[in-house]
Ligand binder design. Structure first.
Ligand SMILES: Nc1ncnc2c1ncn2[C@@H]1O[C@H](COP(=O)(O)OP(=O)(O)OP(=O)(O)O)[C@@H](O)[C@H]1O
Length: 279
């Protein structure tokens, strides 16, 4: 693997919270720059712990994490951390400002940016996240989905190259979840970000480039979403349900009907209609 092409390279990473069995015992994997990787696995397998290690919020007990080729350690963490933005599960816990505008500006104040640039960035990222009309609102006036948009705007305004979403959509309703997924899709399309999403959501995994499966403190698999969704044993162990489309394809295969991959919903319906009416 070419080091320069990797946002993260993990070599034999281990971590324990205390003297008990380590949460992560030997994690080795690479995350290419500009890619979108889903981190999946059973509850308690250490996904959030790994996210915190990647974000420099915890330090490894053993092994190495390279961020864009630089070893993450006590000396480099201050330099590396601003490159990495993290969006967490609970939108309420992430709101720091008294208004949306203050909240987006908060992180920028820490960066000591000139006031005009700060104002310009708040406007620009509020516009991108379609929350420009909410800038003067108090968090109590916002829905969960709107708060999560504010959290994303606040992170993106700091212009990180890497963004980690730790179950960021799990507390949102279906509509807000779909909207957040669109935001992440746009981020991927822009080519400006390496994205890591910790998720159990099939749609989200399907939209990503690769899935890294954590189990028993190690990487159990590093594969494409389609490969993951075809592996029923692996899916069960991760507590992930394949998207309806893939489950339908699998059931049809059991009946001897092989649909070509990547058909649109309309094409699937047409193919099934033709099969049904040709008998
Ligand atoms: N601050 C902490 N102190 C001690 N143990 C912790 C701490 N945080 C997490 N753990 C433990 O470490 C293990 C891994 O937790 P972690 O949250 O990383 O898993 P996860 O895969 O993200 O789980 P989930 O899918 O349920 O969110 C769990 O057994 C958890 O109880």
């Amino acid at each position: 693997m070419e080091e320069a092409g990797l946002a993260f390279e993990l070599q034999h990473v281990s971590f324990a919270y205390g003297p008990e069995r380590p949460v992560l015992s030997d994690v080795t994997c690479g995350i290419p720059r500009g890619s979108w990787v889903s981190l999946v696995g059973p509850n308690g397998c250490g996904k959030s712990t790994l996210a915190k290690l990647l974000g420099g919020l915890l330090a490894v007990n053993g092994g190495t994490i390279l961020v864009e080729g630089i070893p993450l350690n006590q000396e480099t963490v201050g330099r590396i951390r601003p490159r990495i933005g993290m969006v967490f599960q609970n939108p309420d816990n992430q709101f720091i400002g008294a208004t949306v505008e203050e909240d987006i500006a908060f992180g920028l104040e820490g960066r000591c940016l000139p006031r005009e640039e700060m104002t310009e960035r708040v406007q620009r990222y509020a516009g991108k996240l379609e929350i420009g009309h909410l800038l003067s609102k108090h968090p109590s006036e916002l829905s969960g989905g709107q708060k999560q948009r504010v959290a994303v705007a606040a992170i993106l305004a700091m212009e990180p190259g890497i963004v980690i979403f730790d179950e960021a959509s799990s507390m949102l309703d279906e509509k807000a979840r779909g909207e957040l997924l669109e935001i992440v899709r746009d981020m991927k399309r822009s080519g400006e970000y390496t994205i890591i999403s910790i998720t159990h959501d099939a749609e989200e995994i399907m939209a990503s480039d690769r899935a890294i499966v954590l189990r028993d403190g190690e990487v159990a698999a590093d594969l494409t979403p389609r490969e993951l969704f075809e592996d029923e044993e692996l899916l069960r162990s991760c507590r992930v349900i394949a998207p309806y489309r893939i489950r339908l394809e699998r059931e049809l295969r059991r009946q001897g009907i092989h649909l070509p991959p990547d058909l649109s919903e309309e094409e699937v319906a047409d193919t099934l209609w033709q099969l049904a009416t040709s008998k």
